[in-house]
Design a protein around this ligand. Structure first.
Ligand SMILES: Nc1ncnc2c1ncn2[C@@H]1O[C@H](COP(=O)(O)OP(=O)(O)O)[C@@H](O)[C@H]1O
Ligand SMILES: [Mg+2]
Length: 249
């Protein structure tokens, strides 16, 4: 479903992704974990060519994106949704309009837009908030809007960059539940970037560990379920201690 072959990316002289190869199967929930600065976000943005690779090939859904014209790439991108840590909603548009924008950009048939927007908002449990503006929503609700927007064009793949990193633990679990549903019910292949092991462990089938722009390992896991997420105070203390050790190293 997703195939990266010897992909490299530099910013100025700094090589951020170093000849990475990775294959993600259809229907997988694939986690990418690593410390801050490891190159996780860049790798994710290489999958939909938001970042252009300096070298290597990117294939999604049987199409070599790196070979496409910009027009063909725009079309191919419809089947790749993306969500972010800070939601990236349009502040001056309502919930409904935020989802509508995605359909407008994709030239979705006009007559079918309204039904599709309602359907997507219903799927994420937000049908009653369609007239609200982002500022009136909680973090979890904002992420649900972003998910509805990402789903609007029926993507085959959903890319998630730290989707729960600015949310409280119980809200994180809710959002991961929504993502799990999207995978199970809609059959969407999901890639989740996170620096939180608990998040990755909860719903991923396979996990790729990144460090310094390289893949350290990819392992299969048994998703342990979202109810096991426990970001208790001791968890944070542990994470901070680990981060401190890495800074010292
Ligand atoms: N657009 C950019 N311009 C310059 N440097 C960048 C850019 N994007 C990322 N970087 C650098 O690339 C490295 C990897 O960043 P990123 O992919 O965001 O890592 P992660 O998501 O794992 O924290 C970091 O050192 C970051 O500063
Ligand atoms: Mg990042």
């Amino acid at each position: 479903m997703i195939k990266l072959v010897n992909v490299s990316k530099s910013f100025s002289q700094f090589k951020v992704i170093k000849s990475v190869s990775l294959t993600i199967d259809k229907g997988e929930v694939h986690g990418i974990i690593g410390a801050s600065g490891a190159g996780k976000s860049t790798l994710l943005r290489l999958v939909n060519l938001l970042e252009l690779p300096d070298q290597g090939e990117v294939e999604v859904n049987g199409q070599k994106l790196t070979n496409l014209s910009s027009k063909e790439l725009r079309r191919a991108r419809k089947s790749i949704g993306m969500i972010f840590q800070h939601f990236n909603l349009l502040a001056n548009k309502t919930v409904y309009e935020n989802v509508a924008v995605s359909l407008e950009l994709a030239n979705y048939p006009k007559k079918e837009r309204r039904d599709r927007i309602i359907e997507c908002l219903q799927f994420v449990g937000l049908k009653d908030l369609i007239k609200q503006y982002p500022a009136q929503l909680s973090g979890g609700q904002k992420q649900r809007v972003a998910i509805a927007r990402a789903l609007a064009n029926n993507p085959q793949v959903l890319l998630c960059d730290e989707p729960t990193s600015s949310l409280d633990p119980n809200i994180s679990a809710e959002i991961l539940g929504v993502l799990e549903n999207i995978n199970k019910v809609l059959g969407v292949t999901i890639v989740i970037v996170s620096h939180e092991m608990e998040v990755i462990k909860s719903i991923c089938n396979r996990v790729t560990v990144m460090a310094n722009g390289e893949i350290y390992d990819t392992v299969s896991t048994e998703p342990i379920g979202i109810h096991h997420i426990d970001k208790s105070p001791s968890y944070f203390v542990e994470q901070l201690a680990k981060a401190g050790e890495m800074d010292d190293a």
